[in-house]
Structures are given as structure tokens and as C-alpha cells.
Design a protein around this ligand. Structure first.
Ligand SMILES: C[S@@+](CC[C@H](N)C(=O)[O-])C[C@H]1O[C@@H](n2cnc3c(N)ncnc32)[C@H](O)[C@@H]1O
Length: 188
């Protein structure tokens, strides 16, 4: 429950002690608009993603923190110089990639089943150029159906929907138990 007699940071810190973290990361590619990166960090921290992976340049904390609803310090941020550097990290850590993209071979999110047998990273694309092809080639591809006249969501909005669905499925398919040290732990 939110209390308005506390600062935002105090409320985050209260919530953090009981917060869940899922083996899910979120990756984005060198956004044009810093706002989108801030919204992505916010989404990751709200849904309990473990990390945000950024390919390309990253603005300073003092730019991103206000844009993220002051959640910059509550999420791990990893940076990569190129898509290939990101793919090297993915391969060496045996991570499954799920790219959100409207492209050939993409499955609707309504039927896609996230596979949690390994850690996963959800990828969303650049505002104009989308997701680099070398990442798409190494990913499952998922699209969000859009029955209205618009043909493409804002990239951070797409990330919100992907994370919501990934966490929903995780909660449905896995059981959380309380460990002796009081932390929640996943049991398959
Ligand atoms: C504005 S779109 C990029 C459009 C780009 N002009 C293109 O043709 O690839 C930015 C990103 O949002 C995500 N996105 C937007 N709408 C989506 C949808 N309906 N399903 C899945 N991803 C979507 C994708 O990751 C996409 O790369």
C-alpha cells in the first residue's frame, strides 16, 4: 500500500525488501529519445526484471533517473558497444533471446510460451531501425497484435507489454518458495 507521507525513495526502499526479481532482462538498442530509455528502466524495475542491457551510448544517471521515475538505482544496467558484443554475452551465459518485432516468423504474444529453462532477455528495437538483424536471427520473435489502425507501438510501450506477459506466465508456471534466509526462490 502506498503512503504519501514518505518520499518516493523511502517508498521504493520499503517495497524493495519484499520485491521479486525474475530471471528476465530487457535489451534495447541506442534509442534516439532518452525518454524511451527512462521508461524502459522504469518498466524493468516495476515488473521485477533483473537487468537492462543497452547497446550503444547511454546517457548519464542525472538524465535517466528523472525519466525513469527515480528508479535508475533499482535496476542493474549493462552496456555493450555493438550488437555482436551483446550476442557474445548472451552466448557465453546461455541466455535465450525473445525479440519483440513485427517481422517474418514472429509469433503472436497471445500464443507464445516463454521458456524459463534458461535466463531470458526480451529485446525491443530502435525507434526507426528496429532490432538489428543479427539479433533477430538469434532470437525467438514475438509480435503484439494491434487491431487498430496504427501499425507500430512506441518501443517502450512494447517493452511494457512483453514484460507484463513474461512475468504473468512465469508466475503461472513456476512456484515461489520462501528460503531459510527469507528470500523468495524459484522452484520449477
Ligand atoms: C517504432 S518500432 C520500429 C519500427 C521500425 N521502423 C521498423 O520498421 O522496424 C520500435 C520497436 O518497438 C517494438 N514494437 C512496436 N510495435 C510492436 C508490436 N506490435 N509487436 C512487437 N514489437 C513491437 C519493436 O521492438 C520495434 O523494433
Amino acid at each position: 500500500m502506498y503512503t504519501r507521507n514518505k518520499t518516493r525513495r523511502e517508498r521504493y526502499d520499503d517495497k524493495k525488501s519484499n520485491a521479486k526479481t525474475y530471471p528476465i532482462g530487457l535489451c534495447c538498442i541506442n534509442f534516439m529519445h532518452d525518454g524511451n530509455l527512462g521508461y524502459l528502466i522504469r518498466a524493468a524495475a516495476c515488473f521485477g526484471a533483473e537487468s537492462v542491457h543497452i547497446i550503444g551510448s547511454v546517457p548519464d544517471r542525472n538524465v535517466l533517473n528523472p525519466l525513469s521515475g527515480s528508479l535508475y538505482d533499482y535496476i542493474k544496467i549493462k552496456k555493450y558497444s555493438s550488437p555482436m558484443a551483446f550476442l557474445d554475452y548472451v552466448r557465453s551465459n546461455k541466455i535465450r533471446l525473445v525479440s519483440a518485432e513485427i517481422c517474418e516468423g514472429a509469433e503472436p504474444i497471445t500464443s507464445y510460451r516463454f521458456d524459463y529453462s534458461s535466463d531470458l532477455i526480451v529485446v525491443v528495437g530502435h525507434e526507426e531501425s528496429g532490432i538489428p538483424v543479427e539479433i533477430l536471427k538469434n532470437s525467438d520473435k514475438v509480435y503484439i497484435p494491434m487491431p487498430g489502425p496504427g501499425f507500430c507501438l512506441n518501443t517502450s510501450q512494447a517493452a511494457n507489454i512483453m514484460l507484463y506477459e513474461a512475468v504473468k506466465q512465469y508466475e503461472k508456471e513456476k512456484v515461489w518458495t520462501l528460503t531459510t534466509c527469507g528470500k523468495t526462490k524459484l522452484t520449477a
